[in-house]
Design a protein around this ligand. Sequence first.
Ligand code: PLP
Length: 453
Amino acid sequence: MTAKLDTQTLRNLDQAHHLHPFTDFKDYAAHGGKIISRAEHIYLYDSDGNKIQDAMSGLWCCNLGYDQDSIKQAVFDQLQELPYYNNFFRCSNQPAVELASKLCELTPERFQHVFFTNSGSEANDTQIKLVHRYFDLLGKPNKKHIISRNNAYHGSTIAASSLGGMKSMHEQTMGLNYVHHIEQPHWYECGGDMSEAEFGLHAAQALADKIDELGEENIAAFIAEPVQGAGGVIIPPDSYWPAVKKILEERDILFIADEVICGFGRTGNWFGFETYDIEPDLVTFAKAVTNGFMPLGGCLVADKVSNVLLNGAGDFAHGLTYSGHPASCAAGLATMAVYEDTGIIESSARDLAPHFNAQLQSLVDHPIVGQVRSKGLFAAVELTDDKAARTRIAPDSAAAVYCRDVAIEDGLMVRQTGDAMIMAPPFVTERHEIDNLVAKLTVALDKTARQFG
Ligand code: PLP
């Protein structure tokens, strides 16, 4: 390890040389940020010695918190044995083979193949190439268009940000012209006077309408997160997924479930598609597959698609230097072992999630809270100055940004999207730590109410 640098030196060098993701470069160069120096259990420690409870599992990835010695040891051991070799040119390695097999074992029978990437973004790029190749091999080369949803997040490479429905990302990059966006199932924001059930059906109908508009013969796939995460933990109305499922069953269109956040337990089951009883043909995974400790993503491919791909002549023209990296796959295998051996996905859904939900629901009566929604260990608290009209308190999400900043200042790492406060605590969080989370969030809400009252 290199010698530790003092905080001021780190901040100076960081501001001088480091361009941060999703950050205002000018503002950061002027003001800098926090140096996170270590982590244990569910706590982060910054270089000033502050202790911060992580209510976000890192970036929705450290579902098992920051300890997990078995995962760290598996990476170390793998680096001793085979630190790198690629999976091109008819080569493979044991951790990649074992992890592919394990992921197929953990998912429904029809999933028997995996393509590895380094990230969720690359995995979604890969999905586009897989579905295009599938329809080309079937002799349906016009089926290239992809339908996604407003405010979806599918990553930040050019293809993945085109798939995503985030306006700010589209403003900065010219997207792919064969990706189309439809209504998101976000009742609180878009539902108007409709009931949640009515709005769920309305949002699902948008898919059928878009298919009719573009022509089924031109569409390759619909991509969706079971619960939109970065868009604001948008838990769809109960009527939404059954209606979408029916629409998809009646059309010749593939369904890609982006499980980058929902996968590995976040919604209370191993995968979000189980929580909502939906049947994807392809599944995108990343993040919690290694508990966030190593970069790894990938695509799970159902037989319907792989049977065609495996019969195609010639190479699939796609691959990454680190596809199936042995150390990342070793981390993935060790992570799967923790999920399976401890049963933590099941036990946290049974014991912790109801407590989390009940505690959060106590915030519904807070003067600036418009809605509390949660599924498993995934939640959003919407801020408003008018509970009936569901209006935002201040322009540019200023109230939620303020609330987030005071929470972090007070030792609670939460996030904000629009006017929603976002949480995705690690599954190893204890009940008293959930209570602490909600207590600190309440203090931040009180301060926000005073500031913007
Ligand atoms: N898909 C979803 C649903 C995500 O939430 C994310 C990241 O947050 C991605 C894809 C992109 O993953 P990555 O940041 O690993 O590229």
